[in-house]
Design a protein around this ligand. Structure first.
Ligand SMILES: Cc1cc2nc3c(=O)[nH]c(=O)nc-3n(C[C@H](O)[C@H](O)[C@H](O)COP(=O)(O)O)c2cc1C
Length: 439
C-alpha cells in the first residue's frame, strides 16, 4: 500500500480578497493583478513547478464599494482557466461556478470544454451563491432560500453528471475506412424532468481523459455538508485549530460512509494563509505587520456586512453590544458564517468593535513560523487527520515563494508530498477513482 500523500492547492486572490483590502500596495503585486493574465500564468507556473495539485479560483457575481479589491475587478473563472490550461501541463484547474445562476446544460458544456482543453485537469467548485445581491443581476427580486438553493444544487449535480455521460467511451468511432463517425448505440439522451430542471440532452461534447471534471464543494451548513458528502470528490473549508479541522474531517468522512461511499475517495482541503520567517519570532512579526498593513479597522467594518447580505454595520455604535438582530439580514446570504459570528459575539458579550477584531483575527492562520516549524505543523495536522491537504492562499508573493521553495522541499523530505506528478489528470493526481461510464 502506498503512503497517504498530502495534496496542495493554490488560492489566488490577486490584489486582495476578504481581509486583505490593502494587499495590492505590496510592490511585488501588479496593481491590475486580478485581471492580468500574465500575472496569473506566472504564479500558477510557480505552483506547478512545486508540483501543486491544483489552482482554485474563487468567484462571486455581486459587488459593493466595500468589496475587497480582487472582487471589484477580476476575470471570469472559466475564461481564465481556459487560458491557464494552455500555459500549463499538469496542475488541476478548479473554478467556482454557482448552481443558482447558471443553466445546467450550458455549465456542463463549458466545464467539459475546459476538461478537454486541459486534457483532463478541470475541477468545479459547486457553490449555491452566498452573495444574495446576485439575484438582482439575474432578474430575480430575491435570492433563493436555503432549501431551494440546495434542492436545486442536488438536482443540478444529477443533471450535469448525466449530461457528461451522454457519450459512452468509444462512441465516436471516427473511422475513415468505414466512414463511421458515430456508434449511435453509445449516445444517450438524458430526458431529465425534475422539480427544478427539465433537460433533454444529449450533451454535444465527449468525455475527457479523466472521465469528467472533479467536483469540489464548499458549503458549511448542514445542507452544504450533506451535498459535499454525497456528491463531491473534494471539499474546500476553513479550520482555525487542529481540533476544529479534525471534527470537520471526521464529520464529512462519516457522512460519506453513511451515503455508502469510500471515505478515502473524499478529499478534505481547508484553506490557510501561511506565514514563514527566518525564525518563529520573525514569522510572528511578519504576521503582525501584515495584519496591521493589509486592512484598516474601517475597511474591516465595511467588509464585515458581506456575510449578513451586505447589511451596513456603520450605522451602529461600535462600543454597544453586538447587534444580534442583524442576523435576520443573513437569511439568504452566508447564513452559516453569520450565525456562527453572532453566536460567538453574544456568548462572549462582544461589542461590535470586539466582533470585528475577532473576525480580523480569523484571517491569521495557524501556520506561522520558520519553514521547519510550518512543515512540522502541516505534518502533524495531516497525520492527525485534520485534512488530506491544504489550499495555500498565495497572499504576498514573497510568502508564496518561501512556501514553494522552503516548505515544500521539507514536506517532500518527510515523504509526505510528491516530487513528480503521478498523472496528467487532476483526478489521477488526487488519487480519486474514475467516474462510472454510464449514468
Ligand atoms: C472554503 C470556502 C470557499 C468558498 N468559496 C466560495 C466562492 O468562491 N463563491 C461563493 O459564492 N461562495 C463560496 N463559498 C460559500 C459557500 O459555497 C456557500 O454559499 C456559503 O458558505 C453559504 O452556504 P452555507 O451556509 O451552506 O455554507 C465558499 C465557502 C467556503 C467554506
Amino acid at each position: 500500500m502506498t503512503k497517504r500523500q498530502l495534496k496542495l492547492g493554490l488560492v489566488t486572490t490577486g490584489v486582495g480578497g476578504p481581509g486583505d483590502s490593502n494587499r495590492w500596495l505590496d510592490p511585488e503585486i501588479p496593481v491590475d493583478a486580478s485581471v492580468n493574465i500574465d500575472w496569473y500564468i506566472d504564479i500558477v507556473r510557480q505552483a506547478e513547478a512545486a508540483k501543486f495539485d491544483l489552482v482554485f479560483i474563487v468567484d462571486s457575481q455581486f459587488i459593493t464599494a466595500d468589496s475587497p479589491p480582487h472582487y471589484l475587478n477580476r476575470l471570469e473563472p472559466l475564461t481564465l482557466l481556459s487560458a491557464l490550461a494552455v500555459a500549463t501541463s499538469h496542475i488541476g484547474l478548479v473554478g467556482t461556478l454557482t448552481t443558482s445562476y447558471n443553466d445546467p446544460y450550458n455549465l456542463a458544456r463549458r466545464l467539459a470544454s475546459l476538461d478537454l482543453i486541459s486534457k483532463g485537469r478541470a475541477g468545479w467548485n459547486v457553490v449555491t451563491t452566498g452573495d444574495a445581491g446576485t439575484a438582482g443581476n439575474y432578474g430575480r427580486d430575491e435570492h433563493y432560500d436555503y432549501a431551494t438553493r440546495y434542492g436545486r444544487a442536488f438536482e443540478y449535480l444529477d443533471v450535469v453528471r448525466g449530461l457528461w455521460r451522454s457519450y459512452e467511451d468509444g462512441a465516436l468511432v471516427r473511422d475513415r475506412d468505414t466512414g463511421v463517425f458515430l456508434d449511435k448505440t453509445k449516445l444517450h439522451a438524458l430526458n431529465h424532468k425534475g422539480e427544478h430542471f427539465s433537460v433533454v440532452g444529449p450533451l454535444n461534447i465527449q468525455r475527457s481523459p479523466q472521465g469528467e471534471p472533479v467536483i469540489f464543494q464548499a458549503g458549511d451548513s448542514e445542507q452544504g455538508r450533506d451535498l459535499g458528502a454525497k456528491v463531491a470528490d473534494a471539499i474546500f473549508t476553513h479550520a482555525k485549530t487542529i481540533e476544529q479541522g479534525q471534527a470537520f474531517y471526521a464529520d464529512l468522512k462519516d457522512r460519506a460512509a453513511r451515503h455508502g461511499r469510500d471515505p478515502d475517495a473524499l478529499v478534505i482541503l481547508p484553506g490557510f494563509t501561511i506565514t514563514i520567517g527566518d525564525t518563529d519570532e520573525d514569522a510572528r512579526e511578519i504576521q503582525r505587520a501584515h495584519r496591521r498593513a493589509d486592512q484598516s479597522f474601517d475597511q474591516a467594518l465595511g467588509e464585515f456586512g458581506r456575510a449578513f447580505g451586505w447589511h451596513d454595520f456603520r450605522q451602529y455604535d461600535l462600543d454597544a453590544p453586538f447587534p444580534a438582530a442583524a442576523l435576520d439580514h443573513a437569511k439568504t446570504s452566508f447564513f452559516t458564517q453569520a450565525k456562527r459570528i453572532t453566536e460567538i459575539a453574544v456568548a462572549r458579550g462582544f461589542s461590535l468593535r470586539d466582533t470585528i477584531e475577532f473576525v480580523r483575527d480569523q484571517h491569521t492562520g495557524p501556520f506561522v513560523g520558520s519553514a521547519e516549524t510550518v512543515a512540522a505543523e502541516i505534518a502533524r495536522w495531516f497525520e492527525g487527520r485534520a485534512f488530506d491537504g491544504i489550499n495555500v492562499h498565495a497572499g504576498h508573493p514573497s510568502q508564496f515563494r518561501r512556501f514553494t521553495q522552503e516548505v515544500v522541499p521539507l514536506l517532500q523530505r518527510r515523504g509526505l508530498f510528491r516530487t513528480q506528478y503521478e498523472d496528467t489528470t487532476l483526478r489521477g493526481n488526487l488519487g480519486l477513482p474514475g467516474p462510472a461510464l454510464s449514468a
